[in-house]
Structure formats: structure tokens, C-alpha cells
Design a protein around this ligand. Structure first.
Ligand SMILES: NC(=O)c1ccc[n+]([C@@H]2O[C@H](COP(=O)([O-])OP(=O)(O)OC[C@H]3O[C@@H](n4cnc5c(N)ncnc54)[C@H](O)[C@@H]3O)[C@@H](O)[C@H]2O)c1
Length: 325
């Protein structure tokens, strides 16, 4: 019988059926890496979109998938027993800011306890490198451009609070057990196959369909949009040994207002948006702007795709917008 234990040089990617992690997996697989992906396939948004992404990954012979929940240590342990991982890329998360106000408990369980479970198993099984997806939401209310050394002790949503807990646990496991950690704070990630709960997916879909857009605020708020391929590339670069570092991955001092974003979609689709204005949501940030000097210095990373070019990749593939919002 084949012994599958201790196969070296494998990486674990959690949340593999998710928007960003599926792209991270594709890039790793294209580089010839042995990738183990896991995801609990929850129904926070249309599961068929997760299955669509997963189907693409399952075509690679060097990809193995487990349907598993990072909240459950008993589901994770056999995966660590079956594979000897070089690194863990933790991109599994409850990721919507607004929904975290409705059900904060699942954010605590997945985003904090799930991280603790992974770190404990890494300690048990001697896995050396942890890459943790974190968020620009931690910077809410702080002065821009956001730098990594700002004190982020004032999270304004349960989502941000749970991500702060994840960063803190990762630091503790670095200090106590020598796990090498890169925390990546992503800034509004967009691209084809993006999340249906986020504006880029919804706005393009609704404008194409002629469905009115619900816009929270007057559209003057801005985001430092970052294209998913740039984020995935930066995530791969973050696997290098760094000790413990927090690094912004963002568009880089190039925020775009939501009004501009909508105008570009109109231009690219040749259709006019109908807009229903709603009051600003209390958990939403007004502006985001990343200082990305640290990513340049430590990872030699600079984003390659600007927001307009990235938007065009979405409007060019309208079939991926068939999933429910
Ligand atoms: N998309 C963005 O703009 C953005 C910005 C900042 C940070 N992030 C972070 O990047 C990471 C990926 O986000 P995304 O936008 O790809 O979201 P996503 O929801 O598309 O991907 C997350 C995946 O994790 C899975 N998952 C959730 N809970 C799980 C659990 N308990 N066990 C196993 N799998 C679970 C989900 O099923 C999903 O497929 C998250 O950590 C998110 O917080 C995203």
C-alpha cells in the first residue's frame, strides 16, 4: 500500500474555492507546486461559483481537495497527518464586513478560532511558514495612506476585530514556537470570478442586466482597488522567510471613487447605470489608500494592473457573472 504520509514540498491553501485563494492555487499549480486545498463550501454566497472555481482546480493533477472546516480541529488533523506541508496559506475566512454585524459569532469562530487551530497543528506537525490573509478594514478611521506600523486597536466591525485576533494569534505562535509569519493586509480585491457580495461583481452584473444599483452613500467614497492576479502574485512572494511581518498589498496611493468606478463600467459595457442611493452603512470605510513601500522593499512587489484594465477583464467575461448575488 502506498504510504501518503510525509510527502514533502506540499503547501496547504485554505479557502481554496474562494475568490482569492482559487487564484493563488492556480498560480502555485502553474508553477508546478503540489497544492492541497481545503474549503467548507459554505453558502454565504452562491455555492455554484465556489464549485465553478474548484472544478478548474480539480483539473490539475497536482491538486488535492478536502471539504473541511478550519473551525474543527478533528477535520483538520488528518489532513496534516496525510501531508507534510512546507507552508500554510490561510485564506479561508468569513470576509463580508456588513454581514459581520448580523452574525459576529461565525466571524470569531472561523477567523480567530480557525486560525488558532491551524497554528496549533502547524506547531504539532512542524510546519514552518504561515501566510495569513488580513485586511485594510483594520485601518478604519486611521490617517491615510495606511502604513503597517499604525496601531490598529480600534476595529470598527466584528470582521476587523476577528482579523485583528488572527494577527495576534499568529504573532504569539511566531514568538513562542518560531513559526515564520507573513500577514498580508489586502485592499479591496477585484477581478473575474470575484465575490458576489462585493461592488465590482454586483455593479457590472446589474449594469449589464439593466437592474438598478444600490449604492450606499453618494459615491464619493473611494477604494484602493487591487487586481486579483496582483494579490495572488504577492501572496506567493510572501512565502519567503521573514520572521513576523505585516505587509499591505494594495493598489498603492491610487484610490478610485465609486462614482468613477461606475462611469468606467458604463464606458466598458456601453450601458447606463440606474442608481438607488441608500445611507452609508456604519461599518463601511469612507476611503482606503495603501502605502505599499514595505511590499516593494520586502517582496519586490508592485501591482501591475490598474483598476480600469482590471475592470475590463470582468466586462470581457460576462458569463462568470451568471451566479446569484
Ligand atoms: N476580497 C477582498 O477584497 C479582501 C480584502 C481584504 C481581505 N480579504 C481576505 O482575503 C481572504 C479571501 O477572501 P475572498 O474575497 O477570496 O473571500 P471568499 O469568501 O471568496 O473566500 C473565502 C473562502 O473560505 C471558505 N471558508 C469560510 N469559512 C471557512 C471555514 N470555517 N473552513 C473552511 N473554509 C472556509 C469559504 O467557503 C470561501 O470559499 C479572506 O481572508 C478575506 O478576509 C479579502
Amino acid at each position: 500500500m502506498q504510504n501518503t504520509k510525509h510527502i514533502s514540498n506540499q503547501v496547504l491553501v485554505t479557502g481554496a474555492a474562494g475568490f482569492i485563494a482559487s487564484r493563488v492555487c492556480e498560480m502555485l499549480l502553474d508553477n508546478g507546486e503540489q497544492v492541497v486545498g481545503l474549503d467548507n463550501m459554505n453558502d454565504y454566497y452562491d455555492v455554484r461559483l465556489k464549485e465553478y472555481r474548484l472544478d478548474k482546480l480539480l483539473k490539475y493533477p497536482n491538486f488535492t481537495f478536502y471539504k473541511a472546516d478550519i473551525e474543527l480541529l478533528d477535520e483538520l488533523r488528518p489532513i496534516f497527518q496525510n501531508h507534510q506541508f512546507r507552508s500554510v496559506f490561510n485564506l479561508a475566512a468569513r470576509a463580508g464586513v456588513r454581514y459581520s454585524m448580523i452574525n459576529p459569532w461565525i466571524y470569531l469562530r472561523t477567523n480567530a478560532e480557525g486560525v488558532l487551530n491551524l497554528l496549533e497543528l502547524m506547531r504539532d506537525f512542524g510546519v514552518k511558514k504561515f501566510i495569513q490573509a488580513s485586511t485594510s478594514s483594520l485601518y478604519a478611521g486611521l490617517p491615510m495612506p495606511f502604513t503597517e506600523d499604525l496601531s490598529v486597536n480600534t476595529p470598527t466591525s466584528p470582521y476587523a476585530a476577528s482579523k485583528q485576533a488572527a494577527e495576534a494569534f499568529a504573532y504569539t505562535y511566531h514568538k513562542q514556537y518560531g513559526i515564520d509569519v507573513t500577514v498580508l493586509r489586502y485592499f479591496t480585491v477585484f477581478g473575474p470570478g470575484g465575490r458576489p457580495d462585493m461592488a465590482p461583481y454586483r455593479f457590472v452584473k446589474w449594469i449589464l442586466e439593466g437592474t438598478p444599483i444600490t449604492l450606499y452613500g453618494d459615491g464619493s467614497q473611494s477604494r484602493d482597488f487591487t487586481f486579483v492576479d496582483d494579490i495572488a502574485h504577492g501572496t506567493l512572494l510572501a512565502e519567503k522567510p521573514l520572521g513576523y511581518e505585516i505587509i499591505n498589498l494594495g493598489g498603492g496611493n491610487n484610490p478610485v471613487t465609486i462614482n468613477q468606478f461606475i462611469e468606467w463600467i458604463e464606458e466598458l459595457t456601453g450601458k447606463k447605470a440606474q442608481i438607488l442611493y441608500q445611507p452609508v452603512h456604519s461599518a463601511d470605510m469612507e476611503y482606503t489608500m495603501a502605502n505599499i513601500q514595505k511590499a516593494k522593499d520586502l517582496l519586490n512587489w508592485v501591482p501591475q494592473t490598474d483598476t480600469y484594465a482590471g475592470l475590463k477583464t470582468i466586462t470581457d467575461q460576462p458569463e462568470i457573472l451568471r451566479f446569484d448575488v
